[in-house]
Design a protein around this ligand. Sequence first.
Ligand SMILES: NC(=O)c1ccc[n+]([C@@H]2O[C@H](COP(=O)([O-])OP(=O)(O)OC[C@H]3O[C@@H](n4cnc5c(N)ncnc54)[C@H](O)[C@@H]3O)[C@@H](O)[C@H]2O)c1
Length: 286
Amino acid sequence: MQSLSGKVAVITGAAEGIGRAMAMRAHAAGMKLVIADIDQERLSHTAAELEARGAEVLARRVDVSQADDVDALAEAAFACFTDVHLLVNNAGVAVAKSAWETSISDWTWVLGVNLYGVIHGLRAFLPTMLERRQPGHVVNVASIAGLISAPGMAAYNVSKHGVVTLSEGLHHDLRLRNAAVGVSVLCPAWVRTRIAESERNREPDERTKPSEQSPIAAKAANAIAEAVEAGLPPERVADHTFVAIAEGRFYILTHPETGPLVRSRLEDILEDRLPTPPAMGFPRRA
Ligand SMILES: NC(=O)c1ccc[n+]([C@@H]2O[C@H](COP(=O)([O-])OP(=O)(O)OC[C@H]3O[C@@H](n4cnc5c(N)ncnc54)[C@H](O)[C@@H]3O)[C@@H](O)[C@H]2O)c1
């Protein structure tokens, strides 16, 4: 998709972090915006910031893990703007635990937001996007954790590997139908956001009640928080993404140093080796 001016972008998890930076970047490209987030207060703040810059914005509180919420978002988006050209399935959360420490409620929460959030976005928006036959693009936000398997991040790794394979299959399905809609999968390493404080958005009900964290898991979580703090500014990630959209690229790796980690995983598979441990402090900057 080349020309973005006057077109419509839908971005989930847009109240802050990478989603907010994407919204600002989309507005700078002349796009109208539908922004969604579970955090109503911050979402309203971001919507007001965009409006102050002259953007046309529809903001909706949405929990992307809930099919009905995402369906209602799509209905509101098409009712307001008729077409959607760019869909960014970005909302995500993280739990830093090994597989046996990850509780059922942790799995439900992380897979619900990170994987089902993307599934619901595709199911709710794509049929109408395809029917309208407008040129369009989907960006699914995965992570380098979708291409390698870091320790201490079991549920996060599973969710992001799911998003990568979902996106690859989607690419083939869209090509087979000669669709005017393309897809990319964004796979950053550390980005300076509040992802390490994801629990702030967790509903304290029975299904998703946080479980206890072991001292080792707590140490891993601290290391991740430090790496995130030293990560790329989200605006750089948004810039990379919009360049990739214009160039029609599928895999968006914002941190070039992560390439060798992906290569060594693939070589481990092909050469029948034990998995190489990825350096815990992934490369921090592009
Ligand atoms: N920060 C990193 O280092 C990093 C690296 C790779 C990938 N990512 C991915 O980038 C995406 C954005 O994360 P971020 O780093 O900007 O984190 P962030 O915590 O700053 O932003 C996430 C946004 O998603 C929203 N959100 C959380 N749960 C939601 C739900 N159920 N429904 C709707 N909105 C919800 C939050 O309120 C927040 O505004 C995520 O998918 C994350 O996994 C982040």
